[in-house]
Design a protein around this ligand. Structure first.
Ligand code: SAH
Ligand code: SF4
Ligand code: F3S
Length: 443
């Protein structure tokens, strides 16, 4: 590779916010090593994919990308696979895509600088793979903050829950938390960089356990919210089993904590939840929901749902529909069950056909459209605080998000230019199943 080409990289990210934030760390590390990020594969000497393997489709994406760009290998480009597919498939990736020269899971990103040197000196099969027992976290001072509005902080990595369908415990290793001292330190750094909205991240963020024993998760939320300059604190994803009433209490008493809880239920049937090894029943889940609904603040609720888990009967599927009615989610992410390598559910019988899964998914999405529309209608007439995220020049409207994480498209009086990252008050004039519209009511 020529020197100029070698020092450019292209990075595409798939998957969850943990991956998005890991990519910020990867970008920071590469820049520190003298690399420059470029917007296209064509311009890059090193092409990286930070991958997701949560469902088969997500995994296939990376192999499709690699096949698309195979032609560039002749030009001396190098290809690297990072993230969850890398950790899951390991060296098998070299067999499947021989033009890949780097395979690296998330717990090994600390070693990227050495791996880059290996690549630069002609390394063909450079790997960074960890077993499930690793204690390593990827804390780096070189995080490039590429999200302009929201500062991410990973507070807990990995997962020890082993839901029967899920790859995460295998791709992200065992559960390990950072100290509250280092989390708070990072929050202060984010304020110095100009962020006022912080999002705490973890596969199960509320399973957080301070290694120093200083703070519970709820106490950490309050401490982050009290850092001078922080106006909004979000956290995702919460696991129902570990969701305590203290989280609702702290949201109620600390204004900077946002009015939103993402609490994935997966299924409304206790029988299916048990088969999924989710560690709670329908009733226990609904009890947590009742705590949230009893809060003084109007906390929006979102969830993840899976249809067509092996053996899910029509009646059990309907229990998911009735649970959605009872909860009244503001929005949900819905998925067809996808069999994944290494997971216990792979061995289960009574697979549901693709056609039936697709039908159930459509029914669920239809139901949520109605529920979401109704939930959003309650905001019409209210004045809500919105963080400005950008402008849609085509429509002459601004776009932002409410504390409840709802998308707001809004107009401003003629001649007023807003800055992204600022906060305005917006009167809601209309609503859709997935967004609100309004007009600016003040700064
Ligand atoms: N830790 C979080 C979720 C992480 S994965 C939790 O336990 O709630 C994000 C979502 O992907 C899950 O909530 C689940 O709905 C979905 N998912 C995970 N594995 C899946 C699979 N094999 N098939 C379909 N959806 C899956
Ligand atoms: Fe996957 Fe379950 Fe862990 Fe969530 S709690 S990451 S669904 S194993
Ligand atoms: Fe995907 Fe890995 Fe996240 S499997 S959802 S990128 S933890």
């Amino acid at each position: 590779m020529s020197e100029t080409v070698a020092k450019t990289f292209y990075l595409e990210t798939f998957g969850c916010q943990m991956n998005a934030h890991d990519s910020e760390k990867v970008v920071g590390t590469l820049r520190q090593q003298g690399y420059r990020q470029v917007p296209t594969v064509e311009e890059a000497g090193l092409v990286l994919y930070n991958t997701c393997s949560i469902r088969d489709k997500a995994e296939q994406k990376v192999f499709n990308r690699l096949a698309d760009y195979k032609k560039y290998r002749a030009q001396g480009k190098q290809f690297g696979v990072l993230g969850c597919v890398a950790q899951q498939e390991g060296e098998k990736i070299f067999e499947r895509a021989p033009y890949v020269s780097l395979v690296c899971g998330s717990a090994s990103y600390q070693n990227l600088p050495q791996m880059l040197v290996q690549l630069e000196t002609g390394g063909q099969r450079v790997t960074g793979l960890d077993d499930r027992e690793t204690d390593k976290c990827f804390e780096t001072e070189y995080t490039a903050r590429t999200n302009p509005h929201r500062g991410y902080i990973t507070i807990i990595e990995g997962c020890d829950k082993f839901c029967a369908y899920c790859v995460v415990p295998y791709t992200r290793g065992k559960e390990r938390s950072r100290t509250s001292v280092s989390v708070l330190e990072e929050a202060r750094q984010l304020v110095d960089l100009g962020y006022s909205e912080i999002q705490l991240l973890g596969q199960n963020v509320n399973s957080y356990r301070d290694p120093d024993g200083k703070k519970t998760f709820a106490e950490l939320l309050a401490a982050i919210a009290s850092v001078a300059g922080i106006r909004r604190v979000r956290f995702t994803t919460s696991h129902p089993r570990d969701f305590g009433r203290d989280i609702v209490d702290v949201i109620d008493s600390v204004p900077a904590l946002c009015d939103h809880v993402h609490l994935p239920v997966q299924s409304g049937s206790t029988r299916v939840l048990d088969a999924m090894q989710r560690l709670y029943t329908r009733e226990q889940y609904l009890e947590r929901i009742s705590w949230i609904q009893a809060a003084r603040r109007d906390i929006s609720l979102t969830s993840d749902l899976i249809v067509g888990f092996p053996g899910e009967t029509e009646r059990e599927f309907e229990e998911t529909l009735t649970l959605m009615d009872v909860v009244g989610y503001d929005s949900v992410f819905t998925f067809k069950y996808s069999p994944r390598p290494n997971t216990p559910a792979l061995g289960l019988e009574d697979a549901i056909s693709e056609a039936e899964k697709a039908r159930r998914l459509a029914v669920l999405n239809d139901r949520q459209k109605q529920i979401g529309a109704e939930r959003n209608r309650r905001h019409v007439g209210q004045v809500l605080e919105v963080m400005v995220e950008g402008k849609n020049p085509a429509r002459g409207q601004w776009i932002g998000r409410t504390s409840q994480i709802k998308v707001m498209n809004f107009t401003v009086p003629n001649g007023i230019e807003l800055t992204t990252g600022s906060y305005v008050r917006v009167r809601v004039t209309g609503s859709f199943p997935n967004s609100l519209v309004g007009e600016m009511a003040g700064a």
